[in-house]
Design a protein around this ligand. Structure first.
Ligand SMILES: [Ca+2]
Ligand SMILES: [Ca+2]
Ligand SMILES: [Ca+2]
Ligand SMILES: [Ca+2]
Length: 541
């Protein structure tokens, strides 16, 4: 009821604002898939514009077929939830335009690249929208001889990923750039709806911050809904034998169990208390045990040609990563490594830009473009381990845990981009590296090549009745990305928005990614392809 009141207040507020001219209001009706479930979506999107500032709100409500409201957007249960519920309503807050000297935009980040892209290349925080609604920041300042740029991935997770670059022209005519990026906790890539630090995937009570383990919630056990740490839970592992020592309580419990005929209670009392309590593993508290990674990069560029229409420069860049990864051979924690691109060529002619560079990872434990378009999807994953006990344990892995699998490598990187009349953007990148890569089956590093491919097409200004359109595909570090065999590194998607008359716009977006849920090394099993789709109609008031 509280929630409905709030929605009513917002509706009245929005209606009241209608009278002012700089305000426009759009209503949105739609269907979204969140957590593999279909939700009806109702939203109000007022936008307000004055001077160089533009602000848009997104007041959204997802309702399932039983009339339940999706909690995440309207969660006032604790301070963190309240903050995120409020931040969630920001659709965007923008100052200026990207073509002006000073510009910032809070909200969705579509593509963020720092410098020549050695660390951050086409990063986006929108991949899991609307499942995860992230509020980031993109900010830049540019003058003739100096430029600064920064980004934040998501204020809802305390700005865990922050990056920036400054670059300046020094008297010799050389441009120097310095970048730094950090992710204070890669595990925050996993959803934790109740903010108890245990990701939803390993939280038996994903909406209760006080509980996370229910050991009898497994096949072949006597199930109940009591968490292990509940004082009324006598048989935590659900094997029928009470685990606790209070005899009165045990007898009381025993009376509730339906015993098979012929079983003598007196002999059963010999088993009390349970001498072999088989409990689920305590899940990692990702708030208390963060997994961070930081990186620093330096680049130099010498302009060969610099005119209104064309720029040609040669450049060189290097990056160092600070953090830990696992050496798969020694099985212990080691420091991360560094990467060098000793020579690169950058050329911009009119609407066409291209870039090629030679890349080296001298000592492994490094990956170029670590913060790429799939970053929010790959930064934390769950891996299940077959253990001796009946309990399948799920472990949390960070993206940096896999950097140890990369040994000494060298290869090439190239990209092409077309910006046609500030209306259509077409882009592609390709990387081919050769060297040592960990072979988990053979238990040693082997010589192989790894290729990465990215392509995207985007309409950024409307053409005719098409308001917006985009498509992208990315796959990293596979033997051949043009075979289009999906892996966990594969992401793809498209979206289209068309005017359908009476000021109405129809939007459809679809995204697909993959997760190796049963940890068998492929993503071909059922449920391992993850689809997010959104169909919505918006209309002006
Ligand atoms: Ca949780
Ligand atoms: Ca919980
Ligand atoms: Ca239980
Ligand atoms: Ca027991």
């Amino acid at each position: 009821m509280k929630k409905l009141n709030l929605i009513l207040i917002i509706l009245i507020f929005a209606a009241g604002l209608r009278a002012n001219n700089p305000l426009s209001l759009r209503g949105v009706l739609g269907i979204a898939t969140i957590d593999d479930q279909v939700w009806a979506q109702f939203a109000l999107r007022p936008t307000l514009e004055f001077w160089k500032i533009k602000m848009g709100l997104d007041i959204v409500l997802y309702i399932d077929q039983d009339g339940n409201i999706h909690q995440d957007e309207w969660d006032f249960s604790n301070n963190e939830a309240i903050r995120n519920t409020l931040l969630d309503k920001i659709y965007f807050l923008q100052y200026g335009t990207p073509y002006e000297p000073f510009y910032f935009r809070a909200g969705a980040l579509e593509r963020t690249t720092l410098g020549y892209g050695i660390l951050v290349n086409r990063y986006s925080n929108t991949f899991n929208y609307p499942q995860f609604r992230k509020i980031g920041l993109d900010i830049k300042y540019q003058s003739k001889s100096f430029s600064a740029q920064g980004f934040v991935n998501n204020f809802k997770e305390n700005a865990s990923v922050v990056g920036g670059r400054i670059s300046a022209k020094i008297p010799t005519g050389i441009h120097i750039g310095l970048s730094a990026v950090t992710d204070q906790n890669q595990y925050l890539g996993l959803a934790d709806s109740d903010y108890d630090g245990r990701p939803d995937l390993v939280d038996d009570f994903p909406n209760n911050p006080d509980h996370w383990i229910n050991s009898d919630d497994l096949d072949g056990r006597i199930k109940d809904d009591l968490p292990d740490n509940d004082p009324n839970e006598f048989d935590r592992d659900g094997d029928g034998i009470p685990d606790v020592y209070n005899r009165d309580e045990i007898i009381k419990y025993w009376d509730t169990v339906n015993l098979p005929p012929g079983i003598n209670l007196d002999s059963l009392y010999n088993y009390i208390p349970d001498k072999d309590v088989d409990l689920k593993k305590e899940p990692l508290d990702i708030k208390e045990n963060p997994k961070s990674i930081s990186a620093f990069a330096l680049d130099f560029a010498i302009p060969i040609v610099q005119s209104e229409l064309t720029t040609l420069s040669i450049y060189s860049q290097a990056a160092y990563m600070a953090g830990k990864t696992t050496d798969p051979l020694k099985g212990k924690e080691v420091d991360l490594g560094y990467g060098i691109a000793p020579l690169g060529i950058y050329n911009h002619i009119g609407f066409f830009t291209w870039q090629v560079e030679y890349r080296i990872i001298p000592d492994g434990k490094f990956d170029f473009e670590y913060w790429d378009r799939a970053y929010e999807h790959n930064r934390a994953t769950m891996v299940s381990h077959d253990t001796d006990t009946v309990i399948d344990s799920l472990d949390v892995y960070a993206k940096s845990d896999y950097l140890g699998e990369i040994g000494t490598m060298r290869g090439i990187y190239g990209r092409i981009d077309f910006d046609i009349g500030e209306k259509i953007l077409l882009g592609a990148t390709y990387q081919n590296m050769f060297g040592d890569i960990w072979d988990s089956e053979a238990g040693k590093y082997k010589n192989d090549n790894l290729e990465s491919f990215y392509a995207s097409a985007e309409l950024i200004q409307s053409i005719g009745s098409v308001e917006s359109a985009s498509a992208f595909y990315q796959q990293r570090n596979v033997p051949n990305p043009f075979k289009f065999e999906p892996t966990e590194s594969t992401i793809m998607g498209f979206s289209v928005g068309v005017q359908i008359g009476w000021g109405m716009i129809l939007n459809y977006s679809y995204k697909r990614s993959y997760l190796d849920k049963n940890a068998d090394g492929d993503v071909a099993d059922s449920g391992e392809a993850i689809n997010i789709s959104l169909l919505e109609t918006s209309f002006g008031f």
